[in-house]
Ligand binder design. Structure first.
Ligand code: ACO
Length: 325
């Protein structure tokens, strides 16, 4: 059976570092509150005029091509998970394939908020398993600073900008994407949304004045749903694949809040030492968190290591995916 193996990973965050101390000069907050409630110390911000998410996607793709010594003309497909594409259209995957010389690739964006990379990885793996495509790139990236209200202390401390990409190739070895389980619950929209700018409520002077182009969130219900959604699906994936605290090498959770990560690890009875975390440095980069984790932990990963990736995000959307490195 053909599986999709991850044969390379590369992450990218922009240079500018926004610290808790700087945030405390913008809104009524402080390092102690942010650190104890979220675990976040710094996040990276993409600055400058006309700098969209594609800037970070292009950097991630270029790094990935270089690292894997891949000719851009050999890439078949790029799937870009994002909720902050450069524009409503054209899609960011197409902008990035053009800018990186992937002349034989087609691309599209996928929107599943913080679960975007997980869903896109699943789609990319199926495209490889189908036998039609030999080199597929799955990228997750978000410029959250473009949709965050920096007068709202309940959201602006959480999010950051960044992303990463993986290369998928067919393999007959015992590695690659093995299993997944994903879920959705549209009733979650009332707790986490960006109301204006889409077709239901196009931009008007009113929508801008009412700050409706920014993320709105009820933190508590999102926290609860994230913990129960991720721990439930992780336990199911582990049980179905005979994985336990011993033979599962890494849990790779979406980086939204260190307390969510700790609670999921406890509920799944999985030790924190084997849970990937970098939220301290990047905050929540939405579709970017999982590939950024894989990038940061790559030096510690060995061929054949078992990984369960899990995410939860706006929608609500959530799921888990089991793979061997
Ligand atoms: N600095 C200081 N005080 C703050 C801040 C801040 N940045 N933000 C909120 N507060 C205050 C509140 O106003 C409130 O004050 P009050 O008691 O006087 O009313 C108090 O702190 C407690 O607020 P809560 O919202 O109850 O704080 P909580 O412990 O729930 O933490 C948080 C809030 C961090 C948002 C948490 O609920 C959370 O992480 N939720 C999950 C949200 C999330 O991760 N969303 C991302 C998208 S989905 C996903 O990725 C999972």
């Amino acid at each position: 059976k053909i599986r999709a193996a991850i044969t390379g990973v590369h992450g990218y965050v922009p240079d500018y570092v926004l610290t808790n101390e700087e945030l405390a000069t913008i809104v009524d907050t402080n390092d102690e509150w942010i650190t104890s409630r979220t675990g976040i110390k710094t996040r990276h911000i993409l600055k400058g005029e006309n700098q969209g998410t594609s800037v970070m996607v292009v950097e991630a793709l270029k790094g990935l091509l270089k690292k894997t010594d891949t000719n851009p003309e050999d890439i078949d497909l790029v799937i870009c998970a994002t909720v902050t594409g450069d524009a409503i259209f054209p899609d960011t995957a197409n902008i990035a394939t053009y800018k990186t010389g992937m002349v034989n690739a087609f691309g599209f964006d996928l929107n599943a908020a913080c679960s975007g990379f997980l869903y896109a990885l699943t789609v990319g793996a199926k495209m490889i398993e189908g036998g039609m495509h030999k080199k597929v790139i799955v990228v997750g990236a978000d410029k959250m600073s473009s949709i965050i209200d920096y007068t709202d202390r309940t959201t602006c401390v959480i999010f950051g900008d960044g992303g990463g990409a993986v290369l998928l190739e067919p393999t007959t070895e015992d590695v690659g994407v093995i299993d997944y389980q994903h879920h959705g619950d549209g009733s979650g929209e009332k707790h986490l949304y960006l109301i204006a700018g889409g077709s239901r409520k196009p931009a008007t002077v009113d929508s801008v004045m009412s700050r409706e182009h920014f993320v709105t969130q009820n933190g508590r219900p999102v926290f609860k749903a994230a913990v129960s959604g991720m721990s439930d699906v992780v336990k199911k994936i582990m049980a179905r694949n005979n994985l336990d605290a011993e033979n599962l090498d890494w849990l790779v959770p979406h980086q939204a809040n260190i307390r969510i990560i700790q609670t999921v690890s406890r509920m799944a009875e999985f030790p924190m030492e084997k849970v990937m975390q970098n939220i301290q440095r990047y905050g929540n980069t939405t579709a970017g968190t999982l590939p950024l984790c894989l990038h940061d932990y790559e030096p510690q990963l060995k061929k054949g290591d078992t990984l369960v990736l899990t995410a939860f995000g706006g929608g609500f959307t959530w799921g888990a995916l089991y793979l061997k490195w």
